[in-house]
Write a protein that binds this ligand. Structure first.
Ligand code: BGC
Length: 768
C-alpha cells in the first residue's frame, strides 16, 4: 500500500512538472509565432514605404506563364507585355509556370532585374497531385478519412513545391447539389458539414505546420462564393440564393478554411444575387476581411474582373478594375486591368491609394510567410526536383487513398470479392484499358497514359485468366482544354467481339463511365446516363452473361437505374489518379475491404436534380392517401435518390444495435449520443458511422436531416463497439436571416446509420 501511495505521489509531482513544461512549450510556440508575425509586419511596412504606387499595383498583377491556358486565351498583345512588366516590377505573381528551370527564368528577372527585387509568388492548380495524381477531390471525399485526405494534400504540396511552385489554387470548397455541373469532381460534394471538415484537412495538408518549409504550399479556398449553385448546373451561370442557404450551406466551408489558416481565397466567375462575386463588396470586404478578419489575400478567378463587363455590371475595363478593387479583390488573374487602370484611377481620385496599399500588404505578407524574401530560390533546387518528383512514396500514398475512395454501391449474392485463382474473367469497356482518363481533367503535370489501367491492375494478380475486349468507345469531343461539344461515338462494331469474350466466363468486369475530360471546368452535361453506346453495350453483354461487375469511372454522380436493377455488383471507382487500376484490383479481389461512402446523392434521373439528402420538408411532405395527387412528388419518378448521400457497402455487415441520448440539453451542457455498432459479418472492416440531427421546428425552417458527426470505426468479425458523439452549440444552431448564429430551444431528433437513410432514431429537447 505504501508503495502505491508513493507511486501516486511521484506521478503527481512528475505530472505537475511536465504539465507545466507542456504549457510552457505551448506558450513558447505562441510567443514565437507572435514574434514572427510582428517581424513580418515590420518588414512588410518597411518595404511598402519604399514602393511607388505602380510597384504596389504590380504586386496585384498576375500573368499566365508558359504552360497551357487554364482559361480563355488572353487578349492580343497582352502576353507581349509580360516580360516588359516583369522587368519593371509590375508583376507580383505568375501562374502555370512549372519546373525549376521555368520558374527560375522568371524569378531571376523579378529578383535580379527589378528595382526592389521582390520575388514572384508562383501559383498552380495543384488540385489532386502534381505529377503523381491522387483521386479527384470528389473521390477522395468519399473516403471520409480526414487523415488520408490531409496526407494526400501534403504529398501533392511536397511534389509541387519541388517543382518551384509556392501556391496552389485549392481546395475548392464549393458545396454543390447538381451533378450536371462538371466541377462537382473538384469539390467535396453536397454536404456542408463534411465539406467543412474536408476543407480543413486539405488546407492543413497543403500548408503544413510551417508555410516556409520547402514541402508546403500556400492554399486557396475557392470560389468565393456560390459557384456551385450555378443555375441548371451550367458552368459560370448565375447563382441566386437566399440568406439562409448562403449562410448555412455555402459559406461554412469557407469559414472553416479561414479558421484553419488558409492564406488565400479566390473569388468566383458567377454573379450572386445580381452582383458578380468579383465585385461583391459584401462578400469580400464585409464578410471575409471584416467579420472573419482574414488577413491573407484574394485573387480573382481567370479574367473574372474583365468579365464583369459581360455580366452587365461594369461599363468598361477601367470601371471593372475600380469595382473589383473597391470590393476587395487583391490580385488580378489574367484581366490585366489592374496594371492598366489602377494608377489612373488613383490619380483621378476614384480609388484611394490606401486600398492599393492594403492589397499589396496582404500579398507581401504571404510572400514573407513563404520565406521567399529569405531566399527567393529556396524552392528552386534541380537536384531536389529530380529526387522528389514521381517519388515512390507519392505513389504509395496515392494507392492508399485511392483504395479508400472506392464505393461499393451494390453486391448481390456476394459476387465480390473475386476468387484469386482458377477463374476465367472477361474485362470489357473502353475505360478498362484507358491509362489517361483516370487522371481526370486537372491532370496538370501528369503525363498522359501514365495511370495504371484496370486491365493492368487485374493482370498483376496472376491466378486468373483475363480476356479483354474494348466493346465501344466512350463518347468524347476534342480531348483538349476548351473541349468542344460532346461528340457521341455511336460505333457498335466492337459489340460482337465483346459479347463473344463475355460468353461462358466466370465473371465479366465492365469498366464504363465518363472519359477524363467529360467532367471538370466548362464540362456541364444535361444527361447523366452512361455516355454514348455504353448502356447498349452493357445490356448486350448482360444477355449472354449475368455475372457482371460494373466498375464506374466518372467525375460526377450518374443515373444508372437499369444497371442498379439488373447488374449484381457495382463499384464507384471515380477517376482515381495514377494508381487507379491497382486500387480497383485490390477492391475487386478483396485485398481492401471497401469503406467509402458517397459524398453526393446519385439521382434516378436527371429530372430530380438538384437532389440532396438535407432538403426541407414541404407543407405536404408525404403521401396523404393512395389516390390523392396533392402532395409534393413526381408522377413518373420516386422522390428518393437511387443511392443516397453517405451510402456505401462493405464485404462484411454492420448492425446498428442501439442509440441512446444521455441528457436533454441546457445551455451549459452537451448532448451525448451513444451508438452500439456490431460487425455481424465474417470479415474485418471499417464503417463510417454517421450522425444526423433534425431541429423539428425553428424560427427559420431546418432540413429534414443534417450530418453533424461521423467516425471511421474498424471492427473485427463479431466485435461490438460503443461510439460516442457529443453535440454542442456548434452543431445544434444555425444562422437566422439576419446572419446571426442562434441555438433555439425545442425538440430535436437524432439519427444514426451507415448512410443518410439512417436506421436508428432518438430525440432530445433543448431547454433554456
Ligand atoms: C478556374 C480556377 C483556376 C484558375 C487558374 C479558372 O478557370 O475557375 O479554379 O484556379 O482557372 O487555372
Amino acid at each position: 500500500m505504501r508503495y502505491i501511495i508513493k507511486i501516486l505521489v511521484y506521478t503527481f509531482i512528475i505530472c505537475l512538472f511536465t504539465c507545466k513544461e507542456n504549457n510552457n512549450n505551448v506558450l513558447a510556440v505562441n510567443e514565437d509565432k507572435n514574434r514572427l508575425s510582428n517581424d513580418i509586419e515590420n518588414k512588410v511596412n518597411n518595404l511598402l514605404n519604399k514602393m511607388t504606387l505602380e510597384e504596389k499595383i504590380g504586386q496585384m498583377n498576375q500573368y499566365n506563364g508558359f504552360w497551357d491556358l487554364t482559361g480563355p486565351k488572353p487578349k492580343e498583345g497582352a502576353a507581349a507585355k509580360k516580360y516588359e512588366h516583369l522587368r519593371k516590377g509590375y508583376v507580383g505573381s505568375m501562374l502555370n509556370v512549372r519546373g525549376v528551370k521555368e520558374v527560375m527564368s522568371v524569378q531571376k528577372i523579378a529578383v535580379e532585374e527589378t528595382r526592389l527585387g521582390i520575388p514572384l509568388i508562383i501559383g498552380f492548380d495543384v488540385i489532386h497531385g502534381y505529377e503523381t495524381l491522387s483521386p479527384i477531390p470528389l473521390a477522395e471525399s468519399a473516403s471520409w478519412d480526414l487523415e488520408a485526405i490531409k496526407k494526400s494534400a501534403a504529398m501533392a504540396a511536397e511534389e509541387a513545391a519541388a517543382a518551384g511552385i509556392n501556391w496552389t489554387f485549392a481546395p475548392m470548397v464549393d458545396v454543390s447539389r447538381d451533378a450536371r455541373w462538371g466541377r462537382v469532381m473538384e469539390g467535396a460534394g453536397e454536404d456542408t458539414y463534411l465539406g467543412s471538415k474536408i476543407a480543413v484537412a486539405r488546407v492543413q495538408g497543403f500548408q503544413g505546420e510551417d508555410l516556409s518549409s520547402y514541402k508546403s504550399l500556400a492554399a486557396c479556398a475557392k470560389h468565393f462564393a456560390a459557384y456551385g449553385f450555378a443555375e441548371s448546373g451550367r458552368d459560370y451561370n448565375t447563382a441566386d440564393v437566399g440568406t439562409s442557404t448562403l449562410n448555412n450551406v455555402i459559406l461554412p466551408p469557407f469559414k472553416a478554411a479561414k479558421e484553419a489558416g488558409v492564406r488565400t481565397f479566390m473569388n468566383s466567375f458567377n454573379e450572386l444575387n445580381g452582383i458578380p462575386a468579383t465585385g461583391d463588396k459584401y462578400l469580400q470586404r464585409d464578410v471575409l476581411k471584416g467579420q472573419w478578419n482574414f488577413n491573407g489575400f484574394i485573387v480573382s478567378d481567370w479574367g473574372s474582373i474583365t468579365e464583369m463587363i459581360a455580366h452587365g455590371h461594369a461599363k468598361d475595363g477601367k470601371h471593372a478594375a475600380e469595382l473589383a478593387v473597391k470590393a476587395g479583390s487583391d490580385m488580378d488573374m489574367e484581366s490585366y486591368l489592374y496594371v492598366e487602370e489602377l494608377a489612373k484611377l488613383v490619380k483621378e481620385g476614384k480609388v484611394e491609394e490606401a486600398l492599393i496599399t492594403d492589397a499589396a500588404r496582404r500579398i507581401l505578407r504571404v510572400k514573407f510567410e513563404l520565406g521567399l524574401f529569405d531566399d527567393p530560390y529556396k524552392y528552386l533546387n534541380e537536384q531536389r526536383e529530380k529526387e522528389i518528383i514521381g517519388h515512390q512514396k507519392f505513389h504509395e500514398a496515392s494507392l492508399d487513398i485511392a483504395t479508400k475512395s472506392i464505393v461499393l454501391l451494390k453486391n448481390e449474392n456476394n459476387l465480390l470479392p473475386l476468387k484469386k485463382e482458377g477463374q476465367n474473367i472477361a474485362v470489357i469497356g473502353a475505360l478498362a484499358n484507358d491509362k489517361t482518363s483516370p487522371l481526370g481533367s486537372w491532370r496538370i503535370a501528369a503525363k498522359d497514359s501514365t495511370a495504371v489501367s484496370v486491365l493492368e491492375g487485374l493482370k498483376n494478380y496472376q491466378g486468373n485468366t483475363i480476356y479483354y475486349a474494348k466493346g465501344a468507345d466512350v463518347s468524347i469531343g476534342k480531348q483538349e482544354f476548351a473541349t468542344e461539344i460532346e461528340v457521341n461515338n455511336n460505333d457498335k462494331s466492337g459489340f460482337e467481339e465483346a459479347i463473344n469474350v463475355a460468353k461462358n466466363k466466370d465473371a465479366v468486369i465492365m469498366v464504363l463511365g465518363e472519359h477524363g475530360y467529360q467532367s471538370g471546368e466548362g464540362r456541364s452535361r444535361t444527361q447523366l446516363g452512361l455516355p454514348g453506346v455504353q448502356q447498349e453495350l452493357l445490356e448486350a453483354v448482360y444477355k449472354v452473361n449475368k455475372n457482371i461487375i460494373l466498375v464506374l469511372n466518372n467525375g460526377r454522380p450518374l443515373a444508372i437505374n437499369w444497371a442498379d436493377k439488373h447488374i449484381p455488383s457495382i463499384i464507384e471507382a471515380w477517376q482515381l489518379g495514377s494508381q487507379s487500376g491497382n486500387a480497383i484490383a485490390k477492391i475487386l479481389y478483396g485485398d481492401y475491404n471497401p469503406s467509402a461512402k458517397l459524398p453526393m446523392s446519385f439521382p434516378r434521373s436527371v429530372g430530380q436534380v438538384p437532389i440532396y439528402y438535407n432538403y426541407k420538408n414541404t407543407g405536404r411532405p408525404t403521401l396523404p392517401a393512395p389516390d390523392v395527387v396533392f402532395w409534393s412528388h413526381y408522377q413518373d419518378e420516386a422522390n428518393t435518390p437511387l443511392y443516397p448521400f453517405g451510402h456505401g457497402l462493405s464485404y462484411t455487415n454492420f448492425k446498428y444495435e442501439t442509440i441512446s441520448v444521455q441528457n436533454s440539453y441546457s445551455t451549459s451542457g452537451n448532448v451525448e449520443v451513444l451508438i452500439k455498432l456490431t460487425n455481424t459479418g465474417t470479415l474485418k472492416g471499417k464503417e463510417v458511422v454517421q450522425l444526423y440531427i433534425q431541429d423539428t421546428y425553428a424560427s427559420v425552417t431546418r432540413p429534414v436531416k443534417e450530418l453533424k458527426g461521423f467516425q471511421l470505426v474498424e471492427l473485427e468479425p463479431g466485435e461490438s463497439k460503443n461510439i460516442t458523439f457529443t453535440l454542442t452549440d456548434k452543431e445544434l444552431g444555425f444562422y437566422n436571416n439576419q446572419g446571426i448564429y442562434i441555438v433555439e430551444p425545442g425538440d430535436f431528433k437524432v439519427f444514426a446509420g451507415g448512410s443518410s437513410n439512417t436506421v436508428l432514431e432518438s430525440k432530445f429537447e433543448i431547454v433554456k
